[in-house]
Design a protein around this ligand. Sequence first.
Ligand code: OOB
Length: 529
Amino acid sequence: MEGFIAWPPELEERYTREGYWSDRLLGGVLRGAPDRVALVAGPERLTYAELDRRADRTAAGFRRLGVGRGDRVVVQLPNTASFVVVFLALVRIGAAPVLALPAHRESEIGYLCELSEARAYVVPDVDGGFDFRALARTLRVEHVVVDGDAQEFAALADLDADPADVPAGDGPDPADVGVFLLSGGTTGLPKLIPRTHRDYVYNLEASAEVCGFGEDTVYLVVLPAAHNFALACPGILGVFATGGTVVLAPSGSPDEAFPLIERERATVCAAVPPIALLWLDAVSWSDEDLSSLELLQVGGAKFAAERAAQVPKVLGCSVQQVFGMAEGLLNYTRLDDPADLVERTQGRPLSPADEVRVVDADGADVPDGEVGELLTRGPYTLRGYYRAPEHNARSFTPDGFYRTGDLVRRLPSGHLIVEGREKDQINRGGDKISAEELENHLLAHPAVHDAAVVGMPDPVMGERTCAFLILREAAGDGAAPPGLREVKEFLRERGVAAYKFPDRIETTGAFPRTPVGKINKKALAARLG
Ligand code: OOB
């Protein structure tokens, strides 16, 4: 696929020879017994055989539309059975789903469709009060497929064909891009992360092993299914590969998640820290029986040691810290690690073939125990973002290490402690916000002369977003300077996802500068006190 950067041949040979890569495909992950329940979603309960058949029929439906190997399809579905069916259908025909989040709006989706040259866009009719058909009308994609009331578009339910009636087409190769994940973003625009069948299959299978997933696993999904953590770390796909059951919840709210844990006897769940904190509080006033829970995975943002220590006491289950990234590298605390490492660290790399360096500003390795930037290379870490040559020149070392932008300390055991971040990004409870992307939107406001976005510490979210604005003189002649409400409304009209809206606005006369003239964001953040 043009724009995809593959591993160099010698590594390709090594990862295959050493058994990290196989020829298994993402479409073949359903390995549970045919009559076992694979998926519970709302009122639906699908066995492995039923899910397999629905995926095949939907795959045939997509093929009949003319979608096939090497095509891209932007998928923006909430946690419904349709998400799983559409994902499996597309990877089976070798069309790569581009996994947008339900929160994304015109700004993000328009860009993703254009960059990926998507053949199709798959959406719910209405979700969370938002009409995705209206969003679809603003786009130029050949096929819009709607789950529910399709209006003028194609209905997902009609993408149903007997596989025997549709020519089989060209199947995917394990080295093909299987799926595109979205990067959190550090620049003006989000980036697409190509994940091949063989690297992502390794990602999910190795994760399932480290996390002890098996036929008895009942995995509750509370994060968006489109997020790497919930999808493949080990996630939904890791459960399917080991024969367990996936239960989809609409959100991590205790009102929705706790009754599902009780009813389905869920054994494991992946959460971001704000959800874990909410659960720690909510057990005291909830009546549900959570005794089936064996493991709570927490990741996406730093989870404080004191809170991690509370999980076994309050929720009665083990805790696992997960420090991962859509770009690849996953770190897990191990199930048999001593409590001290589980509480204080964010885990160690999943794979023996993960190469990790911790370097100073000059790119020199620092000794264990000292803070530096994490660089990584390995059998499931990307070698380049899709169609982003300039960005790639900055994000990778010449020998192919990905610069994570995370500041970490490595212990002699290999465990990593996340100490901070170098990248210009806000991590709002696991949701990543590119400061530059938000600044560019703010600069489009007629009253804004300059904008600088910084994170501010928050006890629940870890960070919230503050936008410092320098207003135009012209704002004086009539136009009132925008307040927080106006700024949010402005961003909503521009079609920006709501999680990127600032939580606070500060106006100022000038930005502090670094000696080289860049905005000094540390000094700005310090003003927030
Ligand atoms: C996960 O993936 P992304 O792509 O949304 O975000 C990756 C970034 C990391 O580079 C790091 O800055 C931050 O999120 N992060 C953490 C963390 N886990 C992720 N920072 C501190 N402590 C942690 N435990 O967030 C992701 C992907 C797969 C599994 C889990 C999380």
